[in-house]
Design a protein around this ligand. Structure first.
Ligand SMILES: O=C(O)CCC(=O)C(=O)O
Length: 277
């Protein structure tokens, strides 16, 4: 019988290593993905935003239930926590996304950069697949990849991410039994990398500590992302970012003409990149 523990890769692993294990198990843990100085800086940047957070209020009760009424989430990280830019363009996350999503399109875009601070007393989310955000898309390949990086040491009691290893290969309606789900305990800086077709959920926080993590997701370039990066990131900020970050935030014309598709994301019938020069 296969072990239910997700495989753990060392800090110097490559995007190909991640792709290979995720192909087999649906997800994989990368130890020490975020270095201690980067982690320190990112945590300092988000602290004031968490302190002034007013609670979950997305405008929909069902959405608030899913996001977690005792959970604080922060988007717009490029502006609020500029260290996020280095995380978003890290070779491993981009390489993982490009390889997994290559069969469904020629380019990728940021789906979300989201701090998820699960507070004590929060209940577990339902197990879900991130790909189901686009349930009308009738494709079998994953449409996105996601990462959950630990910003503090995360234990199962604090609401560690729950994953059903191998569920990317299951029939869509199969419900995982309790013994098919693992809680990913993660030391600060380590991260869970997983495909959009893998069942997972934020866990219940039964501890007295905050479960603080960063979700960075990337989807294929023709989708409407979960986070609206255009409204969350003023163009003056985008102008001074590295090219890769600008592209991930949507400042590139989507061009699938070589594979029989079309063009998406024009600005005034031109490449939005031109706005940045
Ligand atoms: O916070 C987590 O561990 C997972 C969150 C998640 O899956 C979601 O919000 O869709």
């Amino acid at each position: 019988m296969r072990s239910l523990e997700l495989e753990r890769l060392p800090p110097d692993c490559t995007a190909n290593d991640i792709v290979e294990v995720a192909e087999k198990d649906g997800g994989v843990i990368v130890e020490g993905w975020l270095s201690p100085p980067l982690l320190l800086q990112f945590n300092a940047e988000i602290e004031p935003w968490l302190a002034q957070h007013k609670g979950t209020n997305s405008g929909s009760d069902a959405s608030d239930d899913f996001l977690g009424k005792k959970t604080r989430r922060i988007q717009g990280l490029t502006v609020k926590a500029p260290t996020f830019v280095d995380i978003m363009i890290d070779n491993r996350i981009v390489g993982f996304a490009e390889t997994v999503l290559a069969p469904v399109g020629p380019s990728i875009i940021l789906n979300n950069g989201e701090v998820i601070d699960i507070r004590p007393g929060e209940s577990a989310q339902p197990m879900h697949r991130d790909d189901d955000a686009w349930n009308f898309a009738n494709v079998t390949n994953p449409l996105m990849i996601n990462t959950i990086a630990a910003l503090v040491d995360i234990t199962p009691a604090m609401g560690a991410t729950l994953v059903a290893p191998g569920s990317h290969r299951w029939e869509r309606d199969r419900v995982p039994a309790k013994n098919e789900i693992v809680a990913c305990d993660l030391p600060a800086g380590s991260a869970l990398f997983f495909r959009g077709d893998t069942l997972h959920a934020g866990g219940a926080n039964k501890s007295t500590k905050h479960r603080r993590a960063l979700s960075t997701g990337i989807c294929c370039g023709w989708l409407r992302p979960v986070e609206n990066s255009y409204t969350n990131t003023p163009i003056e900020v985008v102008r001074i970012l590295p090219l890769r970050a600008q592209e991930l935030l949507g400042y590139a014309l989507y061009d699938a003409s070589e594979v029989g598709g079309g063009y998406l994301g024009y600005h005034d019938m031109s490449d939005p990149k031109k706005l940045l020069t």
